[in-house]
Design a protein around this ligand. Structure first.
Ligand code: TXE
Length: 482
C-alpha cells in the first residue's frame, strides 16, 4: 500500500508518530493509500522550517518569486494527466472534469499570482503642509492555508499562490480525504527549485493537525475553505489570538429563472449549476426559483436533463456524474433526501443511492441526480447546504417574491439570474444577498474579481489583489518633510 508523505523543509517525510489514516477511492469504496496523520511534532518542524525560510523569501524580489511559481505551473502542465487521474481517484469526480477544470485551474492560479506578484502596489497619500504617507504592505511571516476535498488542487493552489506571491512562507493542510494531488505537488515544487521551507504540506485530520495549525502561536494568518460549522470553530480559536482569518464557507445558492430567459441556455446553466462535480461545489445552484408562468414546462425539461446525466465510473470518458467523496458524505446526502420527503417534498427523479453497473465500481459511493418540488421556502431542505447532486424547484410569481426567496437563507455566497430583461438583472443583482452574482451564466470566473460570501458563507474575499491584501499587513508611514 502506498504511504504518502508530508513535505517539510523541502523534503518528503513520514509523520513523526508513524501513524497513518486510510485514504479511500470513492468510486470503488476501497483503500488506495495511507495518508500521514500528522501531529504537533510535525507541525513544529514545519513552522521552524518556514520561519527560517521566511528570512530570505520575504527579501526575494517579486520577479524571483514569480519565476519559481511559473516553473511550478509549467510542471503542473507537464504532469497534467497524472494529476487529473489522481484527482479523479481521490474525489470520485469524472476524470474528464479534472482534466478540463481542476488541473488547468491549478496551473492558472500559480500563473495568475506569479504575474500579480510583480504588479502589486501600495498607496501613498500626500498631505497639505508638506507631509506624505505611504503604505508598506509586508508579508505576515508564516501563514496557514486549510483547504477542502471538493476541488483539491484547485483550491489548494488558490490559497498558497497569493500567500507565496506576497512573500509569506506557508503551512498548507489539504483535506485528509483527498491528499494525492497535494502530495504530487510537493514533488513538483522540489523539481521547480522552490527554496526549502517556503511551502510545507502537512497531511492529517482537521480535528487534530488542522486544529493545531490554527492554534499555533507562530502562525499569524489563516486562509480556510470548508464547511460553515468548521469555519466557526476556526474563527472561535483564531479570534482571541487576533489572527487574520479569511473564511470561504458553504452556500445554498439560488438560480433565478424568468419566463423571458433564453430557454436552452437557462436550462443548460441550471443543470450545470446544480450537478457539476456531483453538486459538490460551494457555488452550486441548489435552489432553482422559476417564474410560475413557465414553471411546469421548465420543471419537465429540467427533470428530463437531470435524469439523462450519466452516472458512472469516473475514469470513463462518457461519465458525467462520478461518486461523492466519502461514504459518510453519501449517507449525509441520503439523510437529507429522507428529510426532504418528510418535509413533504415530491422527488421527481433520483432520490436514491446509484448503483454503477461495473465490477470495479459496484461498491462505490454514488448518488442519483435528484430533483425535488413541493417544498416551502422555510423548510430545512431549502435552507441547509446538502452539497450533493440535489436540487429543489420552487415557483415564484413576481420579481419581488423571487428576491425574497433568493435571500431566505443564512447563506450568501453566489446566485445566478436568467432573464433577457437586462434592467431587471441589474436591479436584482443589487438587491440579492450574495458575494457573487452571475447573469445569464454560471461559474464564469475572472481571477481578478473578489470571491467570497456574505452572511454564513464566510468572511473576507479571495481573488485578485484582495488575496494579496489579506496576505500582507498594511503599515502606514507618515513623513513630514516641510
Ligand atoms: O469539511 P470541513 P467537511 C461543506 C459541505 C459539507 C460540509 C462538511 O456542506 O457537507 O461542509 O464537510 C479541515 N481546524 N463544505 O466536514 O471539515 C479539514 O481537515 C482546522 C463546503 O468534510 O470543513 C479540511 O482540510 N481545520 C466547502 C478542511 O478543514 C479543520 C468544501 C475542510 O473540511 C478542522 C467542503 C479544525 N477544527 C465542505 N476541522 C466549500 N466551501 O467549498 C476540519 N478541518
Amino acid at each position: 500500500m502506498q504511504k504518502l508523505e508530508n513535505y517539510i523543509d523541502g523534503h518528503l517525510e513520514a509523520p513523526r508518530s508513524g501513524r497513518y489514516l486510510d485514504n479511500y477511492e470513492p468510486a470503488t469504496g476501497r483503500v488506495v493509500s495511507q495518508v500521514p496523520s500528522s501531529d504537533g511534532a510535525d507541525l513544529d518542524a514545519a513552522v521552524a522550517a518556514a520561519e527560517r525560510a521566511f528570512v530570505e523569501w520575504r527579501r526575494s524580489a517579486p520577479d524571483e518569486r514569480s519565476r519559481v511559481m511559473l516553473t511550478i505551473a509549467d510542471r503542473i502542465d507537464a504532469n497534467a494527466e497524472e494529476l487529473a487521474q489522481a484527482e479523479s481517484k481521490d474525489t470520485g469526480k469524472p476524470v474528464s472534469l479534472a482534466r478540463a477544470l481542476d488541473i488547468p485551474r491549478a496551473a492558472a492560479n500559480l500563473r495568475f499570482y506569479a504575474a500579480a506578484a510583480t504588479q502589486f502596489a501600495s498607496e501613498s497619500h500626500s498631505m497639505e503642509g508638506g507631509a506624505i504617507n505611504y503604505t508598506l504592505r509586508q508579508p505576515h511571516g508564516v501563514v496557514a492555508t486549510i483547504s477542502p476535498w471538493n476541488l483539491p488542487l484547485y483550491l489548494f493552489t488558490w490559497k498558497i499562490a497569493p500567500a507565496l506571491a506576497a512573500g509569506n512562507t506557508v503551512i498548507a493542510k489539504p483535506s485528509e480525504l483527498t491528499p494525492l494531488t497535494a502530495c504530487l505537488f510537493s514533488k513538483l515544487c522540489q523539481e521547480a527549485g522552490l527554496p526549502n521551507g517556503v511551502l510545507n504540506i502537512l497531511h492529517g485530520e482537521g480535528a487534530t493537525i488542522g486544529q493545531q495549525i490554527v492554534e499555533h502561536p507562530s502562525i499569524s494568518a489563516i486562509s480556510f475553505t470548508g464547511g460553515t460549522v468548521t469555519g466557526a470553530t476556526v474563527a472561535r480559536t483564531a479570534g482571541p489570538m487576533f489572527k487574520k482569518v479569511s473564511l470561504e464557507l458553504g452556500g445554498k445558492n439560488p438560480t433565478l429563472v424568468f419566463a423571458d430567459a433564453d430557454w436552452d441556455k437557462a436550462l443548460d446553466g441550471a443543470v450545470k449549476a446544480a450537478f457539476s462535480n456531483q453538486g459538490e461545489i460551494c457555488l452550486c445552484g441548489s435552489r432553482i426559483l422559476v417564474e410560475s408562468a413557465v414553471f411546469e414546462r421548465f420543471r419537465d425539461d429540467f427533470v428530463e436533463r437531470a435524469s439523462a446525466l450519466r452516472v458512472g465510473d469516473p475514469l470513463e470518458a462518457t461519465t458525467q456524474q462520478g461518486a461523492v467523496v466519502s461514504e459518510a458524505h453519501m449517507k449525509k446526502i441520503l439523510g437529507c433526501l429522507d428529510l426532504a420527503k418528510e418535509e413533504g417534498g415530491r422527488v421527481l427523479c433520483g432520490g436514491k443511492r446509484a448503483r454503477v453497473d461495473s465490477d470495479r465500481c459496484k461498491d462505490g459511493w454514488f448518488v442519483q441526480p435528484t430533483v425535488i418540488e413541493g417544498l416551502s421556502m422555510g423548510c430545512r431542505t431549502n435552507r441547509e447546504e446538502i452539497f450533493g447532486p440535489v436540487a429543489t424547484l420552487i415557483p415564484f410569481d413576481t420579481e419581488e417574491e423571487a428576491v425574497g426567496f433568493a435571500n431566505a437563507t443564512d447563506y450568501g455566497l453566489s446566485s445566478s439570474i436568467w432573464s433577457q430583461d437586462i434592467s431587471r438583472c441589474h436591479r436584482i443583482a443589487e438587491r440579492i444577498h450574495s458575494g457573487l452574482v452571475w447573469v445569464n451564466t454560471w461559474l464564469l470566473r475572472d481571477l481578478r474579481t473578489p470571491m467570497g460570501g456574505m452572511k454564513q458563507s464566510g468572511v473576507g474575499r479571495e481573488g485578485g489583489f484582495e488575496a494579496l491584501r489579506f496576505f500582507t499587513e498594511p503599515k502606514n508611514v507618515c513623513v513630514k518633510y516641510e
